[in-house]
Design a protein around this ligand. Structure first.
Ligand code: 13P
Length: 257
């Protein structure tokens, strides 16, 4: 059985004192949860401080990006060693905002992914179609391309350690969530694509999160779908109540299975 994973992507939000307050709230609210993996991904600025706060807790730390070179003249970039030094175990790769605003491509996603895996970080690779692509009925082409090219060249063992986040771009920050059926249709497709590349046994072990306007009032339906193994949460991860509620509902759903 796949253990659900709920991750909060804070994007470019929260200065350090605000981050500390939020994490103190999560630690209080979520101390008893063991049925789901919990990850929070603050900005680079807060990683080290939050990393210290999360030692020996049931909440893991993740970063929002990684650069593939180990060190050197790469102004503004952050290496795998730096992330690990700050306490990171996870890293988000290829978020649609990075693809849209910072020129991220399947090739750069693939380089970041291989670097993260080599460093022992757990990658969360984001895939998903834009609204115009969905309307042009290209969803499966686009998502298939993100999966096959983004994950190109991975061994089965590396694939097993990789998490995919299906985030339809039209559902991010818009309040317009994919219906559970729409999401499941794509998650199932992703798993089939993964099975073609890595074999069914590996694909069945891989976790696929849904992301895009996930809230306490839609998580239950989403996570009850057979191929939805958790959520990558943006806006609702910036408040103690909403993120904790999402984690707790997921834990209850998982305990019932
Ligand atoms: P929202 O939950 O704010 O729609 O953001 C989703 C997302 O992009 C998470 O990575």
């Amino acid at each position: 059985m796949r253990k659900p994973i709920i991750a909060g992507n804070w994007k470019m939000n929260k200065v350090i004192p605000e981050a500390i307050e939020l994490v103190n709230g999560f630690k209080r609210a979520l101390a008893d949860i063991s049925e789901v993996d919990i990850v929070i991904c603050p900005t680079y600025m807060a990683l080290s401080e939050i990393g210290d706060m999360l030692t020996e807790s049931n909440i893991a730390l993740g970063a929002q990006n990684i650069f593939w070179e180990p060190k050197g003249a790469y102004t503004g970039e952050i290496s795998a060693d730096m992330l690990k030094d700050a306490g990171c175990e996870y890293v988000i790769i290829g978020h649609s905002e990075r693809r849209a605003y910072f020129g991220e491509t399947n090739e750069t996603v693939n380089k970041r992914l291989k670097c993260a895996l080599a460093a022992g970080l757990t990658p969360i690779v984001c895939v998903g179609e834009r609204l115009d692509e969905r309307e042009a009925e290209k969803t499966f082409d686009v998502v298939g391309d993100h999966v096959t090219n983004g994950l190109a060249g991975l061994s089965n063992d590396e694939a097993k350690k990789t998490i995919i986040a299906y985030e339809p771009v039209w559902a991010i920050g818009t309040g317009r969530t994919a219906t559970p059926q729409q999401a499941e249709e794509v998650h199932k497709f992703i798993r089939e694509e993964l099975a073609k590349i890595f074999g069914k046994d590996t694909a069945d072990l891989m976790r696929i999160q849904y992301g895009g306007s996930v809230k306490p009032d839609n998580i239950k339906e989403l996570i009850s779908e057979p191929d939805i193994d958790g959520a990558l949460v943006g806006g609702a991860s910036l408040k103690v109540d909403s993120f904790s509620e999402i984690v707790k509902i997921s834990a209850q759903c998982s305990a019932k299975q």
